[in-house]
Ligand binder design. Structure first.
Ligand code: SF4
Length: 340
């Protein structure tokens, strides 16, 4: 099926637009003034659109780097996130994007240079002795669309020339070819998210399997890249313990545990409004019939007893392989979370 590609008139002649279109099979081009005309209208159904999303190529005008909540941190002093893309080619049932956006179309902001200029400006305003982190993977998967976007291929070299800055590429993808073609950098961390394979089968549609992701991680680690692990969201169900124990065992026997940059944890939680929107989209989904409570931060989350049990169990096992200094609880600030 041809990909419908909406292109803003303002980026009509942008070389990245031409390169992206050249990588698509018979793109069906539709010109538009602003991407919001296509992406924001109310009368859209995310679930239906997700079956055949269009690609929208647009220019981002502001908000290139945003302050990240403290809970995102994995050891840095200053934390920012940025989104070159909105939406994802995967389809995780717990993903908050379904509740946040009305449209499932992919938006790719092609003016990458404006993002790196904003990063350089943020760095110039920060004390050189402080570690500054830029997190990718808030509104998309960082690597899943790499063959089309060449996102990592463009952004990683920026961090080679800015060694006091750190980049986290949050992903569930095995699209690591760009990275393997670059010199590994100690300030770029490729952070892979996992749930046990039975959970992934049930909830992470179109996502590469756990073993395939693990093979990608091993290749990156062998090539000298820094890798991280993110178990967020932890999913509760009867018998979760044995599945998580098996997954951790598999991961830590294949990777070199001493060369894992960081491990992040967080139980399943969503802003209340997003949770309500997603439940309306997927009323039959068992994930949304499990007990959730709305807490002070306006988040729908597992009841405290379940949340604590999950976090205690997972962290207890993980501390067999990683030091407490490298284990981070992403629920310290409950206001938001990364998706990928
Ligand atoms: S959770 Fe991550 S990988 Fe899954 S659909 Fe959302 S952005 Fe994509």
């Amino acid at each position: 099926m041809a990909t419908v590609v909406y292109i803003e008139n303002a980026v009509r002649g942008h070389p990245r637009v031409q390169r992206v279109c050249a990588r698509l099979v018979k793109p069906e081009i539709v010109w538009c003034e602003r991407y919001t005309e296509v992406f924001n209208p109310r009368a859209q159904n995310f679930r239906i659109q997700k079956r055949n999303p269009a690609l929208i190529l647009a220019r981002k005008h502001d908000g290139f780097v945003m302050d990240a909540p403290a809970a995102y941190a994995v050891g840095g002093d200053e934390n920012f996130y940025f989104s070159h893309m909105l939406n994802c080619i995967y389809d995780c049932r717990y993903c908050f994007l379904q509740g946040m956006f009305r449209s499932a179309h992919y938006v790719l902001f092609v003016n990458y240079e404006d993002f790196t200029a904003a990063m350089a400006a943020a760095l110039s305003e920060t004390d050189k002795n402080r570690d500054v982190w830029f997190f990718s993977g808030h509104d998309c998967d960082s690597l899943a669309y790499e063959p089309v976007t060449r996102f990592a291929a463009h952004f990683v070299p920026f961090f080679e020339s800015h060694p006091n800055a750190f980049l986290e590429l949050r992903t569930k993808s095995t699209q690591i070819r760009s990275l393997l073609g670059l010199q590994p950098l100690s300030n770029v961390i490729v952070a892979f998210s996992f749930t046990p394979q039975p959970v992934s089968d049930a909830l992470e549609h179109k996502v590469p399997g756990v073993d395939a992701r693990l093979r990608a991680m091993v290749r990156l680690q062998q090539a000298g890249w820094q890798v991280g692990l993110r178990f967020d969201p932890l999913i509760y169900y009867e018998g979760y313990q044995s599945d998580y124990a098996e997954m951790f065992n598999s991961i830590f026997t294949k990777l070199d545990p001493d060369r894992i940059h960081s491990v992040g944890l967080g139980s399943f939680r969503l802003p209340r409004d997003y949770h309500r929107n997603i439940t309306r989209l997927y009323p039959e989904e068992p994930l949304f019939t499990s007990p959730m409570e709305v807490g002070d931060g306006g988040l729908a989350a597992y009841p405290p007893a379940i949340k604590d049990q999950l976090l205690d169990y997972a962290s207890g096992l993980l501390l067999q392989w990683v030091s407490p200094q490298r284990l981070f609880n992403h629920e310290r600030d409950l206001s938001e979370r990364f998706v990928s």
